[in-house]
Design a protein around this ligand. Sequence first.
Ligand code: CU
Length: 151
Amino acid sequence: MKTSLSVILFTLTASVLSTTAFADECALSIEANDMMQFSKKSLSAPASCKEISVTLKHNGKLPVTTMGHNWVLSKAADVQAVATDGMSAGANNSYVKPGDSRVYAASKVIGGGEQTTVTFSTAQMKAGEDYRFFCSFPGHFAIMQGSFTLN
Ligand SMILES: [Cu+2]
C-alpha cells in the first residue's frame, strides 16, 4: 500500500515538473526601449512547442505615438515587404497589413511602460527555417530586428 502511494506521488510530481519545463520553454520574453532597441538579437524555442508566447515589455517612457513598438514574426526574406505594407496599413492596424499570410505573429503596438503578450501557433512553421522578429512601427524594422529559430 505504502509503495503504490509513493509511486503515484512520484508520477504526479514528475508530470507536474515536466509540464512546467515545457511551458517555460515555449514562453519567451523580450524588452524594448526609447533608443529603438530590442534587448535580444535572437530568440529560439523548441520545435516541440505547439504554441509559443512572446511577452514584449517597453521599458521606455515615450508614448506609443512617437516610440511605439510591437513584435512581428515572418520569414527573413519577407521582413522588408511586411514592414512596408505594415506602414501603409497604419496605426489602426498595429502597422501590419490585415490578413497578411507572411506574418506568423504580431503583437499590438505599445508605448513606454506597457507590456503585451502575443501567442501564436507553430503549425505553419518549421525547424531550421530562417525567421526574423522585428518591430513594424514606421522606421524601426531596420534596427529593431533579430533572428528567430525553432530547434
Ligand atoms: Cu519599434
